[in-house]
Design a protein around this ligand. Structure first.
Ligand SMILES: [Fe+2]
Length: 496
């Protein structure tokens, strides 16, 4: 196949753009605050080649690393492919050789045994290095100045796990990175590696444990005392993969689990606590401990939010009927048989963001994206097929929510947070907003939009952007992003 399928995974903001470009001195409307000085890195899945199969999905696309480099009012934009083994093999062949999402049994025989990861999910910054990550493989180190791919990251050969999460948690106070990798023992294995890297980027601990079933552990949590692994019933099965089927299938009839262990402890100390049946969450906001109590805040849904994972499990729930809410689970570890207590925190949504200094600690506010029904129909595209159209600031302690909508038919991507220099200011959020060329929702053409970077006062989101940086082009949907200050860029291990 050399043409792209006409499905939700390739239209709207999922329309393949496939361009490695550099644009200097983007147009800026408004004023960028002086403390917003650094680089906003974004992970963008974008196919270098048309897929082998008509039913391919957006999450299977090659990873691109994009960067807005902001110095005063001068903003440059760059985007490059992550040169994974897979990208290089397909580039040489000038066609797709890797088949269905995370199913090696559907690949062209010429690439048997070649690393399949596309490194398309999250840019991670730790100990002066930039990585592009996807949970089915190792992180790939990227030169933050040139965006060239340096290679796979194994902590100098120390890491045994062949997988590394796209959601490590970094404790700002200690500088440590806590992470995990699932299917560590091979495809569909229940082995999970749990690791800690110190503030200098050395691997100081790696322990393996077994999860209750082979689920997609997309995110996890730390508190000052604990590491927390939420397990939801979306399962991989080797027989289904061998038959050419989907990697993941949701099970509405199975219980969820929480695995909680001391974060510096032994995996043998893990306590497994049963959770509600059939639920799912891909991202958790934050967690903290309070005596024997552990609180964790999740973007919880009553089934899997990805249609292709529901379909593979025979679950017939249309996307607009998926229900959820921002939810707090509280567990009392002082009890011999702890149960999960559930509290509603706020409206449904996903792609949460906290200030880095709040990681694993009691926190007063967070930001996440949601669907504002007053905003009209969502722009098609993004990983689940419908883009978010509002940014919310929530105070989990009292449920207070403030909301910023985007223009009709526009889409907003996950923000990054830039701390403020002065006390008492919540800092700034940077988020890409895709704005349809035609403001009339009835006349909008999917994929016909221009992408802007909005700079928003994090403590006053409803006031709208203080600055809009115009790329002049349409960018494909981002998954996650990360902010790296000018000082961190200057102190990076790679010097460009
Ligand atoms: Fe994620």
């Amino acid at each position: 196949m050399t043409a792209f399928p006409n499905t939700i995974h390739f239209i709207g903001s999922n329309k393949p753009r496939r361009m490695e470009i550099s644009v200097r001195d983007l147009e800026v409307e408004g004023e960028i605050p002086a403390e917003v000085d650094g680089a906003f890195f974004r992970a963008v899945p974008d196919n270098a080649h048309a897929p082998m199969y008509e039913d391919d999905i957006a999450l299977n696309a090659d990873g691109m690393i994009a960067r807005f480099d902001i110095r005063g009012d001068a903003v440059d934009f760059d985007i490059r492919y992550v040169e994974t083994d897979r990208y290089k093999a397909e580039k040489a062949a000038r066609r797709a050789l890797f088949g269905r999402y995370r199913n090696p049994f559907t690949d062209d025989p010429s690439v048997a045994g070649v690393d399949r990861t596309v490194a398309n999910t999250t840019p991670v910054w730790h100990a002066g290095r930039l990585f592009m990550t996807k949970e089915d493989g190792l992180g790939h180190e990227i030169d933050p100045h040139t965006l060239e791919t340096v290679g796979k990251w194994t902590f100098g050969g120390a890491l045994r796990s062949p997988t590394f999460t796209a959601h490590p948690r970094i404790d700002e106070e200690t500088g440590e990175m806590f992470f995990f990798g699932y299917e560590a023992g091979g495809l569909c294995s229940t082995d999970v590696a749990y690791g800690i890297a110190d503030r200098d980027g050395n691997l100081v601990s790696e322990q393996w444990f077994s999860q209750p079933y082979c689920s997609t552990i997309h995110d996890f949590l730390i508190t000052e005392k604990y590491a927390i692994f939420p397990i939801f019933p979306t399962l991989a099965e080797i027989g289904r993969l061998q038959a050419g089927g989907a990697h993941w299938a949701h099970r509405q009839d199975l219980e969820s689990w929480l695995g909680i262990m001391p974060r510096y402890g032994k995996v043998e100390e893990m306590r497994w606590i049963k959770g509600p049946i059939g639920v799912s969450a891909f991202h958790e906001v934050n967690a903290f401990d309070e005596g024997d109590l552990v609180h964790l805040d999740l973007c919880l849904t009553d089934t899997n939010a990805f249609q292709f994972m529901r379909e593979a499990g025979g679950i017939d729930i249309p996307q607009q009927d998926v229900r959820g809410e921002l939810t707090r689970w509280t567990v009392d570890l002082g009890k011999p048989d702890p149960q999960i207590e559930t509290h509603r925190l706020g409206p449904p949504g996903d792609l949460p963001r906290i200030a880095d200094t709040d990681q694993g600690r009691p926190y007063s506010h967070a930001w996440y994206l949601g669907m504002n029904p007053q905003g009209g129909p969502p722009m098609p595209g993004g990983p689940v097929g419908a883009n978010f159209n509002s940014l919310m600031r929530i105070e989990p302690g009292n449920g207070h929510v403030e909301l910023l909508g985007v223009p009709p038919g526009a889409a907003i991507s996950e923000p990054v947070h830039v701390p403020a220099a002065r006390d008492g200011h919540e800092g700034w959020l940077l988020s890409v907003v895709d704005i349809p060329a035609n403001p009339d929702p009835a006349a909008q053409i999917p994929g016909d939009y221009l992408s802007e970077l909005w700079v928003i006062d994090a403590g006053n989101v409803q006031a709208g952007p203080v600055a809009r940086v115009k790329t002049g082009i349409a960018l494909r949907s981002q998954v996650h992003g990360t902010w790296v200050s000018r000082e961190e860029m200057a102190n990076s291990v790679r010097k460009g």
